[in-house]
Design a protein around this ligand. Structure first.
Ligand SMILES: [Zn+2]
Length: 213
């Protein structure tokens, strides 16, 4: 079977329409395409490889926090059959600031970090009480996918990420199950509660201990 197409000359109106379409597509691509980025240093920890433009001491702090997450996550899930006890280092891209993160990734919208194609993107900040929440959230997605081999329902995937990332960071551990009141949506819920927009559902609802454990 063969097909024969007869090409005809485009009209001026059609050519103008195609040119306009190409300009709109190019503008959309330029608006949302990731910008070039080059790390100024790279640091390896036991389980992560961090490429970054942040200061060396900031990269070291983030590396330590990520390892606390890894230890806490392993404590919970290392007995799962799909858990990979040996794996390539988990790749992290740590931007030096929120401005740089948003400039390089103009399509991120409201996200403060993201995990995509084997790379966890996050930025360093010392302006917040808990500047690690967003990167820990995304690192949990990375661990679910690359280490534990989980294929979870969306609610459980996000719930696990929140469970770990909203936990309190202590000197040598991520105290999983103890909520850090400086993480979102906890502080947001407390603010709404103070404004009496939200009411506690039980006398224990304001407890600093997470119901999950
Ligand atoms: Zn998530």
């Amino acid at each position: 079977m063969s097909f024969h197409f007869k090409l005809r000359r485009l009209t001026g109106r059609e050519i103008r329409f195609l040119c306009l379409l190409a300009i709109v597509a190019a503008a959309a691509w330029w608006k949302f395409a990731p910008r070039p980025w080059h790390a100024t240093s790279t640091r390896s920890t036991a389980h992560f490889e961090i490429a970054s433009t942040a200061q060396p001491d900031q990269i070291e702090r983030v590396g330590n926090i990520l390892e606390l997450l890894y230890a806490a996550y392993s404590n919970k899930f290392s007995s799962v059959p799909t858990f990979q006890h040996t794996h390539p280092k988990l790749k992290v891209r740590l931007y030096k600031s929120r401005d740089e993160f948003r400039k390089v990734n103009p399509s991120v919208g409201w996200a403060e970090a993201f995990y995509s194609r084997g790379l966890c993107h996050a930025y360093f900040s010392d302006k917040e009480a808990n500047p690690y929440q967003w990167m820990l959230h995304e690192a949990v997605h990375q661990l679910n996918h690359e280490v534990a081999g989980f294929d979870l329902e969306k609610w459980l995937e996000e719930g696990l990420a929140e469970y770990f990332s909203c936990s309190r960071i202590r000197t040598n551990e991520l105290a999983v199950g103890t909520i850090d009141l400086n993480t979102n949506p906890v502080w947001c819920a407390m603010k709404l509660q103070r404004q009496q927009v939200l009411k506690p559902i039980s006398p224990t609802a304001t407890s600093s201990h997470c119901a999950l454990s």
